[in-house]
Design a protein around this ligand. Structure first.
Ligand code: PAF
Length: 273
């Protein structure tokens, strides 16, 4: 593993004739990230893992401040990958001025997460486009846990005609079904126990999907989740994101959930088929 805080130094070390895979992360690495890195190592000759908590995608200052960070621990977790490049920039290495670009994301940045986190997806698109432009990867890896983010990145790549293949990767879950996320660390033991019930309630909703109207399922799940201790639903939506843009392929309906467990915000989604 070679660690760089300067993109210029990292670019000098990359052989541009070889296949490059990019795994963008905000650190606080868990098994979900390790899965993305292994996928990238499998498909590419060189792999760049970026660790950067991107300020422009936080619409709330306190969320940015309390976002978990532990670079030393992250680097220890990556030591076993002998041949990867790790990019750990400061703000200055990426931004002249810490502001988002404005993207035309059709209406996809204003629904679901976008409705509750205004500006979030413009911030995500800004940093991801910057990383794509700097390192010109052949493949870039994103988890389906953030399915709307993944779809927005695909949309941005299409609209800007960027030459990178976006590789969606399955959500990695804890044994009780909770989707792995850096934010899971912020919950106390009791909250974590209740968070483990979210996924099984989503699976139960999926089982009644074919026999029920969408509204019914959303309402049933909303009641069940709101009845869980420490849990407060922000939104539950069955949606097909491709309907927001002519540039997207129909990938099927999904059940999207965002809720608070105590002071920790959790999002998850599953495919309904
Ligand atoms: O999913 C994340 O961790 C971030 O949104 C990403 C893609 C690394 C951009 O900062």
């Amino acid at each position: 593993m070679r660690v760089f805080s300067s993109h210029k130094e990292l670019i000098k070390s990359i052989d541009s004739t070889k296949l490059v895979g990019l795994v963008p992360t905000m650190g606080s690495l868990h098994e979900g990230h390790i899965y993305l890195i292994n996928r990238a190592i499998n498909d590419n000759e060189q792999v760049i893992v970026t660790i950067y908590v991107n300020p422009t995608q936080f619409n709330n200052k306190s969320d940015l401040t309390k976002y978990p960070r532990n670079l030393k621990k992250d680097l220890r977790k990556l030591e076993c990958f002998k041949n990867i490049f790790v990019y750990t920039p400061s703000d200055n290495d990426l931004y002249k001025e810490i502001v988002s670009k404005n993207y035309d994301l059709d209406d996809l940045d204003n629904v679901l997460e976008g409705k509750f986190r205004p500006g979030h997806f413009n911030g995500v698109a800004t940093i991801v486009e910057k990383l794509f432009n700097l390192f010109t990867p052949n493949n870039a890896y994103f988890g389906e846990k953030d399915y709307q983010q993944l779809t927005i990145i695909k949309l941005m790549v299409k609209k800007l005609k960027l030459n990178v293949n976006i590789v969606p990767c399955d959500t990695v879950r804890e044994p009780d079904g909770l989707a792995m996320s850096s934010r899971n660390k912020l919950m106390n033991k009791k909250e974590r126990l209740y968070a483990g019930k979210i996924h099984s309630l989503m699976i139960k909703a999926k089982e009644i999907y074919l026999d029920n109207k969408i509204d019914n399922i959303e309402n049933i799940l909303k009641n069940e989740l709101n009845n869980l201790k420490h849990c407060k639903v922000e939104y539950i939506k069955i949606d097909n994101l491709s309907k927001y843009s002519d540039c997207l392929k129909d990938e099927g309906y999904r059940l999207f959930v965002a809720c608070w467990i105590g002071k920790t915000r959790i999002i998850d989604n599953i495919l309904l088929r």
